[in-house]
Write a protein that binds this ligand. Sequence first.
Ligand code: ADP
Length: 247
Amino acid sequence: KRPTEFTLYIEDLTVKFGGFTAVDKLNLYVDRNELRVVIGPNGAGKTTLLDLICGRTKATSGSIRFKDIELTGMSEHRIVRAGVGRKFQTPSIYESLSVRENLEVSFPRGRSVFGAIAFRRTRDVVERVEQVAEDIFLSEMLDRSAELLSHGQKQWLEIGMLLMQEPELMMLDEPVAGMSVSEREKTAELLNRISRNRSVIVIEHDMEFVKHIAHKVTVLHQGKVLAEGPMDKVQADPRVVEVYLGH
Ligand code: ADP
């Protein structure tokens, strides 16, 4: 398979902070429509890896290719435009706007021309909002103020805001942290659904949740890939067991 046939093709990626190597000659290949979970002990380099992909941190060396686009050296803004979405742990929704407005301002052409909440409510915007609202279980709450949503619903809304831009690669950092059991189940369903037509990378600590959602797991340790494969295989790998028991 050629590099451009993958959504994400990372080779020899290295980042040093002073004398410390946080990501060390890392290779990672993510297929189209794959849901990849990245696990690993604290300090393994998981967050730094996502920061590198979205352009927040600059690589010391190596290459990050997204389809046929070389991302290394590109600005965060251009990487978003190229089709890479990133959800951070704390939601950055507009609390004073309704669910509908939050989704509307996230439509690609919404914000750039008229400013934060000015946009044209064209038919394609309305249709996209309704489709996304259904995906994130908020169809019944479109006109509710975002500040009235539960913690889990706010997380879904932020995922919805990213979906409005139809990213081909979406990255999520601990999406179920702080969620109730039923919210977790629905989030698993949501992630499976959104990975049907895009690639998704999730950092997750909750192993039960990982088993639910993962196609394939990558275990990071000291900035390197320690193991990779289906969850049951990875979990039985003595090197993985050692790293987790050692902490
Ligand atoms: P994880 O997300 O797996 O817990 P991180 O990617 O946050 O790990 O961190 C990996 C290592 O890199 C940690 O030891 C962390 O202290 C270090 N690190 C991350 N960002 C910086 C930075 N900007 N400057 C210096 N060290 C950093």
